[in-house]
Design a protein around this ligand. Structure first.
Ligand SMILES: Cc1ncc(COP(=O)(O)O)c(C=O)c1O
Ligand SMILES: N[C@@H](CCOP(=O)(O)O)C(=O)O
Length: 462
């Protein structure tokens, strides 16, 4: 399996190279040269398997010869051993035709653990073998950062620097990043929004001198392995509701477009998905673009679903690459226009996007109402991001086809918003019960490429 860049100008890489590289050297994102297909019988055979066994079968074709079957099985087993639910990604029924996919039973209580725990194991195995050291730099609106720090803390051959927007993540998210004591992990508070943090990370990848000097690697969803790991739970949940003999739809709370793009990959692999619904908060650039073709970031408005406060949605580039018939130069042109303020998607590409994705928006009051309503009617306490999914899903339900809404984080990560909406205080699970007593370690850094690079160079001068 070879991997190509969405901008068509970077070297074609193997799975391991693409994973350790992160952003392509032409600024694009890596994707497999061809999407492997699973026959209906192979999909049906996933029924009754453990999550780990299903994960092996779904991901194996993408790995090539990077790992033997035995190595890959062991990596998957270690990745999910720390999850607190036996099913890893259990389904809970909300209504006659509506199901919630709980993705928050990993160590940091968000869906990011599914990919990050796996990537931690994959990096460790690959780096042990090639004797290299990497410096991971990531941007977070709260969940990627905590999952990355958890997955890589204490690893010998890895330093991790996470840029987060100061004052714009929840207290639990901040503490998850700032309290680990291992000195290879660093939480960096940046003045600005998530989009600023993500832009600085991409700037660092595009500064080849810096990139090569520190051995830069990325674990944001620019990294293909992140998306790949998230494909698995689309298969396991759909199969448990009757796929491939029955179609299902998914609604996905969306910000950086990584999670829903994983659903798109599952569909391309042969999973019978009727509709993939993009659910946004008030930062609704994706909903607007899928409706009117205009992609013009106009500033982030902070919300009670902070992890989705994103206007420059990184993985949308992968969807555009597919919608433009894998024309890298067309994507490169759009990304140039984005630097100057935005772009208009062509009619043909918009039609392709609309054939694959529906979308909806949920404002702050609707988010609170969805938390309250779901608690009152089902006893399920939703985090604000998952509530956005439920609200938009309810608008897109059709009879017969089951709707699966992704519950992307545990309500205890956002206690203030959840309590205000429902009157219920969501307690932290026991392994995090003393989170508020642990001491924090945060470095404030200017939103300036030079300042961030200098800090990283100083801290990695081993
Ligand atoms: C809790 C939560 N829900 C939803 C999202 C959106 O996911 P994606 O960025 O993959 O679209 C995020 C952040 O990415 C998140 O942390
Ligand atoms: N919501 C994310 C934003 C970064 O997304 P990623 O999937 O590209 O890593 C977060 O919680 O950090």
């Amino acid at each position: 399996m070879r991997y190509v860049s969405t901008r068509g100008q970077a070297p074609v890489l193997s799975f391991e190279e693409a994973m350790l590289t992160g952003l392509a050297r032409d600024g694009g994102l890596y994707l497999p040269e061809a999407i492997p297909h699973m026959a209906p019988a192979e999909i049906a055979a996933l029924a009754g398997l453990s999550y780990e066994e299903a994960a092996f079968r779904v991901m194996r074709p993408y790995i090539g010869d990077a790992f033997t079957d035995a190595e890959f099985e062991a990596i998957i087993a270690r990745a999910y051993a720390g999850f607190t639910h036996a099913a890893r990604a259990p389904l809970v029924q909300l209504g006659p035709n509506h199901h919630l996919l709980e993705l928050f039973h990993g160590p940091t209580l968000a869906f990011k653990d599914f990919a990050m725990q796996l990537i931690g194991q994959l990096f460790e195995a690959a780096l042990k073998r090639n004797g290299k050291r990497v410096c991971i730099v990531g941007a977070t609106s709260g969940d990627t950062g905590s999952a990355a720090i958890e997955a890589f803390r204490g690893l010998e051959a890895v330093d991790v620097f996470i840029l987060y927007p100061q004052g714009r993540v929840s207290e639990v998210q901040r503490r998850q990043m700032s309290t680990p004591a291992e000195d290879n992990v660093h939480a960096l508070a940046v003045e600005g929004h998530f989009d600023d943090c993500q832009a600085r990370v991409k700037d660092m990848f595009n500064d080849f001198e810096f990139r090569d000097a520190v051995g830069l690697a990325g674990v944001n969803s620019i990294n293909w392995a992140r998306v790949l790991a998230q494909v698995v739970y689309y298969f396991t949940s759909a199969v448990s509701l009757g796929a491939p003999h029955r179609e299902v739809s998914f609604t996905v709370p969306t910000g950086n477009f990584g999670d829903i793009f994983a659903g798109y990959i599952a569909k391309r692999m042969g999973l019978p998905i009727a509709r993939l619904v993009v659910a946004t908060n008030q930062n609704d650039i994706l909903h607007r673009c899928l409706s009117n073709a205009e992609y013009r970031p106009d500033g982030v408005i902070p919300s009670i679903s902070p992890s989705m406060d994103i206007q420059v949605s990184s993985n949308f580039e992968r969807a555009l690459f597919e919608a433009y018939g894998r024309d890298g130069s067309a994507v490169a042109q759009l990304m140039e226009e984005l630097k100057a303020g935005g772009f208009t998607v062509s009619q043909g590409a918009l039609q392709t996007l609309q054939e694959n994705f529906d979308s909806g928006r949920c404002d702050e009051n609707q988010t609170r109402a969805a938390i309250r309503r779901t608690w009152d009617t089902t006893g399920e306490l939703l985090c604000p991001h998952s509530a956005i999914g439920v609200h938009v899903a309810e608008e897109h339900m059709v009879p017969v086809v089951p709707m699966i809404t992704l519950a992307t984080a545990h309500p205890a990560k956002f206690p203030a918003a959840v309590e205000e909406a429902s009157g219920q205080h969501p307690p932290l699970p026991s392994h995090m019960a003393d989170l508020y007593e642990r001491s924090e370690r945060i470095t404030e850094v200017e939103n300036d490429l030079g300042a961030i690079e200098t800090l990283i160079k100083e801290r990695t001068a081993h």
